[in-house]
Design a protein around this ligand. Sequence first.
Ligand code: NAP
Length: 338
Amino acid sequence: MPTNRQVLLRSRPQGIPRAEHFELAETPLPPLQPGQFRIRNRFLSVDPAMRGWVSAVANYSKPVGIGEVMRAEAAGEVCETRHPEFAIGDRVTGYFGWQHYAVSDGTNVGWRVPPDFDLPLSAALGVLGMNGLTAYFGLLDVGQPKAGDTVVVSTAAGAVGSCVGQLARIAGCRAVGIAGGAHKAALCRDEFGFDAAIDYKGATDLDAALRDACPRGIDVYFDNTAGAISDAVAPQLNVGARVAVCGTASVSSWDPWPQGPRVERHLLVKRARMQGFLIFDYQPRFDEARRRLADWVRRGLIRYREDFLDGIDAAPDAIAGLYRGENLGKRLIRLDPY
Ligand code: NAP
């Protein structure tokens, strides 16, 4: 009987969680109760949002408790079952945590991967998982792009951002990405087909770089960072612009609450709309989005990159690595050869 390897939250970080805030544990596999099944995880997701999940500061979900398995999405297959609707070999994604094996009664399953799914299982966590769905609804529903619009997105070489840029192109827009480093900016242009990309770390004058990349101003801003990047975008919004507030990757801590320029004047003068969104609210429409995203991926209209770290021992430092900007595309922990 194999044992489980798990990553537990050891202490609560102030700001970005680092390796020392987690510990690895080896535990026996508990026997299954009627109505339960066991999942062998193959891929564990690493997400910027995990910073919020381990923070005691009020968030949209209950903080992970000290000593608990780190909350995470994962993809794997059913390896043991006492549940009438889940058979051995079924592939599933869900909140199964940073561990090799998870027990479920079905309520934390996010997606039952269809048997005829012809894309890699890892894609079920990225471009066809939370990241692709976030790009889809954040851009198309909140950003409401029209053909000819200029769409700007931050963290453009990342899992969500790279998909946003390609969806903007599919919608007939000019796509402009903002990413950290010349290599990431080049990737946005050459691999993801952005019309222009700005390296915000290398740019000496971000305002001027944005003006050059967006000669007709900015109609949609997909905001993944807040902070200095978003401060530079606000004055260049067009009349009627839409700002989709998706993430705040540049803010390392909300305690104390950071201060910044006031955006209201720009919104008022430009009659612009700024709207936050959480992907969970779109759950009833996930199947529709997955179908369309998968079709675009198969036709080569959406490309994606995955950033694999091998083995669960890599998990504790993996969130801090995201905030260091190490990842190209969707960061995943790959368990065992798969
Ligand atoms: P990702 O973009 O693949 O990775 C995070 C990226 O954040 C890093 O690669 C880094 O890119 C950037 N970053 C880190 N620190 C930064 C800083 N100080 N300033 C600017 N950029 C910084 O991650 P993802 O999973 O696709 O998520 C992207 C955003 O979407 C995150 O803000 C996340 O919280 C948000 N999100 C929101 C929802 C929702 O429901 N609203 C759902 C999923 C994700 P660079 O090297 O380019 O700096």
